[in-house]
Write a protein that binds this ligand. Structure first.
Ligand code: SAM
Length: 414
């Protein structure tokens, strides 16, 4: 953000009108007052008004995400400090400050008439001296992450502050990467391969890929390249029996089925039934016929003891590696949750690893950059379970690889 001294507003910007800005206001209220997830809120708000055109929709989605990402900074610039915002007038102050910082033309916005533009820019300059304000992080999160010795927080905080790229996973059950690149090009969607991640393509320019026929036909899924590398780490091959024990809506289960060329069996499990329902829909679209879903209860795990050639434990975690994609987590995550989820992670390692056959391999993975959720958990498990052997581990971080932040460890049952 940089003050535009000459024009007072961004040359590329159009005059802002309240009916569109109101879409951003509505989304922010739902995210902060009703504690809803940003991506769900934005798609709901966009559906609520069919009159908005493509440009309006892109404006609402982008500005909502960027305001959430920069929430603490904008509040500070608006003169609200660390106030808990829930009143309309404060949301409007935040919108006005944000549009000033973007050098937008706000002359048509009734609520921004008395905005103290110079005060906003002065506080913005001031905020550049404090990392927590500059990159909008809570005090506890910044302190915790700055103590993490396996990452360089000064670099990561900057890399986590930018909008994430859009990555596709080619569904090789239906199409090759080269064929998909050509098909998408015909639709005006330009993609390129991602070095080191054979299943991934990255979009050269943002596009609503979910509206494409190629998506509806199951030719690709949207999945971060780092997330795709976790399945590479599992080393699956056709004909195997693979258990994905925390499958969620199945991003990685679908990839596993595709790598196995639909030969063998993928058992996708989760404790949340609605996620497995979504997974089944996606599997149908992908033509991934080898996936079976199982809702986890006390008996399910026991019945599968000693049965899997490969086991994926993509455990629930703090999500501290994926903040550039989910910026609302910066405001919703609480330190107590990290303590609670660490207990669940160790229980999952301990109890679910019994599903692996002797000689089988499992991957423990998180989307966190914290050692306490990653290396420490794996070391604890290995030291308590001498029949398991640590093979290797890998960390991915936004500042180093440029993808989201992930950790993966390959463990073998002796
Ligand atoms: C990181 S997400 C999985 C993402 C998924 N593998 C994918 O690639 O899209 C973790 C999942 O673990 C599930 N989960 C939470 N506690 C669990 C438990 N005790 N056993 C199994 N799954 C659990 C959550 O519902 C969530 O879907």
């Amino acid at each position: 953000m940089k003050k535009n001294e000459q024009k007072g507003h961004n040359q590329e910007s159009r005059k802002l009108y309240f009916p569109v800005v109101e879409g951003v206001l509505k989304a922010l209220k739902e995210i902060f007052n009703e504690n809803k997830k940003a991506d769900k809120v934005i798609s709901g708000v966009l559906k609520s008004n069919p009159k908005w055109g493509a440009k309006d929709r892109a404006f609402i989605a982008e500005n909502t995400y960027e305001i959430v990402r920069n929430w603490r900074l904008i509040k500070y610039c608006a003169g609200l400090g660390d106030l808990k915002v829930n009143e309309e007038r404060h949301f409007l102050d935040i919108l006005a400050a944000w549009f000033v910082l973007r050098n937008e033309d706000i002359s048509n916005l009734h609520f921004a008439k008395n905005t103290d533009v110079n005060g906003i820019w002065n506080r913005y300059e001031d905020a550049q001296k404090d990392r927590k304000l500059k990159y909008s992080f809570t005090n506890w999160m910044d302190e915790k992450l700055s103590k993490e010795t396996r990452i360089n927080w000064d670099e990561e905080v900057e890399a986590m502050h930018v909008q994430a790229d859009v990555y596709l996973r080619v569904n090789t059950l239906r199409i090759s990467a080269d064929e998909l690149i050509d098909l998408l090009k015909k639709q005006g969607v330009y993609t390129k391969k991602v070095p080191g991640v054979p299943s991934a393509l990255v979009l050269e320019k943002r596009h609503n890929v979910f509206s494409l026929e190629e998506f509806k036909k199951g030719l690709f899924e949207v999945q971060d390249a780092g997330s795709q590398m976790i399945v590479d780490f599992l080393e699956v091959s056709p004909g195997q029996r693979v258990v994905d024990a925390c499958a969620g809506a199945g991003g990685k289960a679908l990839q596993i089925a595709s790598y196995m060329q639909n030969k063998g069996k993928v058992i996708a499990m989760d404790i949340e039934e609605y996620k497995l329902v979504e997974l089944k829909k996606r599997a149908k679209r992908n033509g991934a016929d080898t996936i079976e879903t199982r809702l986890i209860d006390a008996k399910v795990i026991k019945r599968l003891h000693d049965s899997a050639d490969r086991l994926l434990l993509d455990v629930p975690c703090s999500g501290l590696g994926v903040l550039k994609r989910n910026p609302d987590a910066k405001w919703k995550l609480q330190p107590e949750f990290i303590e609670e989820i660490k207990v669940v992670q160790q229980e999952i390692l301990q109890n679910y690893s019994k599903m692996l056959k002797p000689g089988g391999q499992m991957v423990y993975a998180t989307c966190s950059v914290l050692s306490e959720e990653n290396e420490d958990q794996v070391q604890k498990f290995i030291s308590n379970n001498p029949d398991f052997e640590f093979v290797r581990e890998q960390r991915l971080t936004p500042a180093v690889e440029g993808f989201d932040g992930f950790y993966m460890a390959l463990i073998k049952r002796k």
